[in-house]
Design a protein. Structure first.
Ligand code: SF4
Length: 327
């Protein structure tokens, strides 16, 4: 196996293909605390992507309060280390002034085995990259999404393809020169219907530069944005497994059922003295899970037109048996 092949080996995809993720989930569910958590440092963003519904959001722009973040980090560590924390939801995480300190806090508490950031790459610079590396960041995923400036502009609403590309290449060069072992630098593209050739070109371009190429399927954010869907939507629906293993903490301390809740219309509660655990084990999430098990998807606005459940494991029969739901 050549070096490039090893670098670009996608373990998550491999596990999915083998059905190991489903098996793993069957072994560990139900959970007292999620194994994957998104913590949103800020919901500010400096781009206006056509594939992102954020531009329709009427959420107040808020940076996460540092003291609240520290409390959350301690609570996660007490229940951890969990598998993964993404420091991201609707905003651009590198706009948060203390993003390095956030990573450092989570890593020093051993809150998660993997701390990742998904960024648009516009704010990445050598100093920031080195500070994220020193803080212990495991993965830095840069959403590039295009192979040339015109298609980037059409998708992102800002003419900064060259800048993002340069920032990525500089970071990759630094990583090599300084022999840094982390973060893994991943080049991401959202896969869109009818764009197979562009996706393949993207893969070829970044294959030898990035530590991994991450092609992620497009979905319409509950039919909020253009229909470039890559899914067959006539599949029989099954309960969304995300509800059983992932948690989302928005920058204003509210908790959403999933990352699809871009406008916080599906908020389950706000973190207070009971911490995140009180919401994870609380009645609102229990009610939502039960609606899924009873196949009453349309009773929850954000789930009604969602396609994201299709990316995740179909645990339907197993979940229903486990929760003793008849159908
Ligand atoms: S079905 Fe969609 S909106 Fe509902 S919880 Fe799952 S991912 Fe979120």
């Amino acid at each position: 196996m050549g070096k490039g092949t090893l670098n670009n080996f996608d373990l998550d995809k491999f596990k999915r293909i083998l059905g190991l993720r489903e098996l793993f989930l069957k072994m560990i569910l139900p959970l007292k605390f999620p194994i994957i958590l998104n913590i949103e440092p800020t919901n500010r963003c400096n781009l206006s992507c056509t594939i992102c519904p954020r531009r329709f959001s009427i959420r107040k722009i808020v940076d996460m309060d540092w003291q609240i973040f520290e409390k959350i980090a301690v609570e996660v560590a007490r229940n951890g280390p969990i598998l993964k924390i993404f420091l991201q939801k609707d905003g651009e995480p590198l706009l948060f002034p203390k993003i390095g300190e956030m990573v450092s806090c989570l890593k020093s508490l051993n809150a998660a085995k993997n701390v990742s950031i998904i960024s648009n790459g516009t704010m990445l610079n050598p100093d920031l990259f080195i500070s994220l590396s020193k803080a212990g960041l495991d993965d830095l995923i840069i959403s590039i999404d295009a192979v040339e400036p015109n298609s980037y502009f059409g998708l992102k609403g800002r003419d900064c393809f060259d800048q993002v590309r340069r920032n990525f290449l500089e970071a990759a060069k630094l990583k090599k020169e300084m022999r840094l072992t982390n973060p893994r630098l991943k080049a991401r593209m959202v896969e869109r219907k009818g764009r197979g050739a562009e996706t393949e070109e993207f893969r070829k371009i970044w294959y030898s530069v990035a530590d991994a190429v991450d092609i992620t399927p497009y979905h319409t954010w509950m039919d909020s944005v253009n229909d470039y869907r890559v899914y067959e939507t006539n599949k029989e629906r099954y309960p969304c497994s995300l509800l059983w293993y992932t948690g989302i903490i928005n920058s204003d301390q509210t908790v959403s059922p999933c990352c699809i809740d871009y406008d916080c219309k599906g908020v389950l509660g706000k973190i207070d003295s009971g911490g995140f655990s009180a919401i994870w084990n609380g009645k609102n999430l229990r009610k939502l899970r039960m609606r899924h098990l009873l196949e009453e998807y349309s009773r929850t606005k954000i789930c009604e037109y969602c396609q994201y459940w299709l990316i995740k494991e179909n645990l339907k029969c197993w979940l229903k048996r486990k929760y003793r739901v008849k159908w």
